[in-house]
Design a protein around this ligand. Structure first.
Ligand code: IMP
Ligand code: MG
Length: 190
């Protein structure tokens, strides 16, 4: 994948920022004050960073942890095997935990993470995702907080990648192949 391909914007910066404030409001209302946020790396890093700052603006004081899970390798098709590449360091027993991920697709990644935290004694495990692709669900899991419903296409940006490219984009988009449409974001511009 050549990172200089153009990207068609699906969810722009302003829409994401507005939605993050709404999500933070819902999260604060539904969870306990000693919330532990667990961001699922790598794809959620930008969403998690914005969401926890939105939580802060609502006077929440979450602790923040990271778990690095992998089910994809560098391809675009889920293998179904989830492995822990890096675990959290916090004891979750008796705590409210909010798992934060970029996309809920087959559900295997978040289902694995949720089961893991429940098995470790978490009191309640909530799930927040920026995007949800409902048509691809393979296991039974629902997100408690969903940013946007995502069309069934491979998306990039705002932390999400294809083969490590496009994570830096401040919006969510779709890589456009072989098009010269002028309204597309051009990643080659200086
Ligand atoms: P699931 O285990 O099938 O639900 O896969 C969810 C994970 O796959 C997400 O956390 C993403 O890291 C990755 N993923 C799924 N769809 C996309 C996409 O369209 N773009 C980038 N990553 C994706
Ligand atoms: Mg992921």
């Amino acid at each position: 994948m050549n990172p200089s391909h153009k990207v068609r914007v699906l969810f722009d910066e302003a829409a994401i920022a507005r939605r993050n404030e709404e999500l933070a409001h819902m999260i604060v209302s539904a969870t306990s004050p000693d919330l532990l946020v667990v961001a699922v790396l790598k794809g959620s890093f930008m969403f998690a960073a914005d969401l926890i700052r939105a939580l802060h603006r609502m006077e929440a004081t979450p602790q923040v942890e990271f778990i690095h899970l992998s089910s994809y390798g560098t391809g675009t098709v889920s293998t179904g095997n989830v492995t822990i590449l890096r675990d959290i360091e916090t004891d979750v027993a008796g705590r409210d935990v909010l798992l934060v991920d970029d996309i809920l697709e087959s559900g295997r990644t978040l289902s694995y993470a949720k089961d893991l935290l429940v098995a470790r004694g978490a009191k309640r495990v909530f799930v927040a995702v920026l995007l949800e692709k409902r048509s691809k669900r393979a296991v039974t899991i629902e997100a408690d907080f969903v940013g946007f419903s995502c069309p069934d296409m491979f998306v990039v940006g705002y932390g999400m990648d294809v083969a490590h490219n496009f994570r830096q984009l401040p919006f969510v988009g779709v890589v456009a192949h072989g098009t010269s449409e002028p309204d597309l974001f051009d990643d080659r511009r200086p």
